[in-house]
Write a protein that binds this ligand. Structure first.
Ligand code: ASP
Ligand code: MG
Length: 458
């Protein structure tokens, strides 16, 4: 019996007619397949910019009709008249509701987190209709599931919610399986779910990878393909290291470390449901569907050089907080990080010493972070210092934490090129460690480390 499979198509695949035709040709040649889709490229950003800008009746009318026309035009081009009227009617219904919500925001002058989340979910509601229409146009019967009615059940957060895997499985499994078993190809909206109170919650920007892993878990499939416009995970960022090569296999931990520390291939949260369900995630390039891509599995296979990839994050900053009365007490870290957390600052990494706690954050968050800590100065903190133009390099590989000599090789290579290492952190994960260099040294450092583990030739 053929197993169920889940395929995710992100915004980068949802670009114009040709991109959608590629999706249809892949989906229609796979049996028992569920599709999870993002909004059409640029739509989520457009909605976000629109709703946070200045509204007027005129602008609302224009924006809503531009969305309606854009999606309806695609539907009309991708499906015959009999099919397309059904889907254009749905687009009209959805955009009408979207418009009414916008009027609500405009008249009340109030955009609550709940409404914000609901409005941002419309990109996926619309793209799912386009894909379903295109599938039907190619003779593949389809059904759309909006992930609030399906239901992908989440915790209460509106912007960055997490799915309740068990509850989602209970609610969604039967509906999805019944549809597939009847020979339909379900198209599920990515990016959002619904909390227990019945309100739409977002899973975080670029969250459709995560949605697709949750759906895969819910239907009980072990086969998730994430289609992208790149080949998969690389041994380094190819814009910094031209010799970077494709990695064919990663463990769950390796994939999540790389995703967290800069590889822009997979949403870090997608690994959790995959781990829980023993799901193999394959990353594949939509323009070369025959090529192998990267597989992410439960196997912790080591490679000869141990390090599988070197990822990086740019435009970071360090805040060093000096603790008053020499030596920090229990609770200090949580109080300091709590202040920053409430100000919306995400702490990427932290290291501590007797007198100082250093936090690595995004440079864009630096103002917020220092403002939030100012209140602690001359109380808990003596002073703080900040450093800009920081980049992070992260070496990832199963067994890295327990193999002798890796750090020595990395730091020798870097120091030979005259690059200074700032903060570093090892031991939190046995599959990764990371360190900072200044932005101007990033390329030199990345190439040096890559050369040690992968040699010069691609
Ligand atoms: N459309 C959403 C975003 O742009 C979700 C996604 O693309 O995965 O963030
Ligand atoms: Mg997107």
């Amino acid at each position: 019996l053929k197993e169920y499979c889940v395929m995710k198509f992100g915004g980068s695949c949802l670009r114009g007619i040709d991109g959608i035709r590629d999706i249809v040709s892949i989906a229609s040649s796979n049996e028992k397949c569920v599709l999870v889709v993002s909004a059409i490229s640029g739509i989520t950003d457009a909605i976000l910019t629109f709703i946070t800008g200045r509204l007027s009746e005129r602008k609302i009318e224009d924006f809503v009709s531009s969305l309606r026309e854009k999606h309806n035009e695609l539907i009309e081009k991708l499906s015959p008249p009999g099919v397309h009227s059904r889907y254009t009617q749905e687009v009209n219904r959805i955009t009408r509701k979207f418009g009414r919500l916008l009027y609500g925001v405009y008249y009340t002058g109030e955009l609550t987190p709940r409404t914000h989340a609901l409005l941002l979910s419309f990109g996926e509601r619309l793209s799912a209709r386009v894909i379903a229409a295109a599938l039907e146009g190619a003779g593949c019967r389809s059904i759309v599931f909006d992930s609030d009615s399906l239901a992908i059940v989440t915790d209460g957060g509106y912007e960055n919610a997490n799915a309740d895997l068990e509850l989602t499985r209970k609610r969604a499994r039967r509906k999805l399986r019944e549809a597939v078993d009847q020979g339909l190809c379900p198209v599920v909206t990515g990016f959002f779910g619904v909390n227990r109170e019945g309100h739409v919650t977002l899973l975080g920007r670029n969250g459709t990878d995560y949605s697709s892993a949750v759906i895969c878990y819910a239907i009980g499939s072990r086969d998730l393909v994430i289609w992208k416009d790149v080949d998969g995970f690389m041994s380094a960022d190819p814009t910094l290291v031209p010799e970077a090569r494709l990695i064919s296999e990663l463990s769950y931990d390796e994939a999540s470390e790389l995703s967290y520390f800069g590889a822009n291939v997979l949403h870090p949260k997608a690994v959790e449901p995959a781990k829980a369900g023993g799901i193999v995630i394959r990353i594949k390039n939509i323009s070369t569907p025959g090529s192998e891509g990267t597989s992410i599995t439960g196997s912790r296979r080591r490679t000869q050089g141990v390090v599988k990839s070197v990822s990086c994050l740019k435009d970071l900053a360090i805040i060093r907080t000096y603790v008053a009365s020499g030596g920090y007490q229990s609770g200090t870290i949580s109080r300091i990080s709590g202040h920053m957390g409430r100000a919306g600052v995400n702490i990427i990494s932290a290291t501590t010493s007797q007198t100082c706690i250093a936090f690595l954050i995004r440079e864009a968050d630096l103002k917020k972070a220092t403002a939030s800590l100012r209140a602690l100065i001359r109380g808990e903190l003596d002073k703080m210092e900040t450093e800009k133009d920081v980049a992070l390099l992260c070496a990832v590989g199963e067994g890295l934490g327990t193999t002798r000599g890796i750090a020595a090789k990395v730091f020798t290579a870097i120091s030979e090129r005259g690059v200074n290492v700032g903060m570093m952190s090892a031991g939190a994960s046995s599959a990764a460690y990371h360190f900072t260099v200044s932005m101007k040294d990033l390329e030199t450092a990345a190439r040096a480390v890559h050369l040690v583990f992968f040699g010069g030739e691609g």
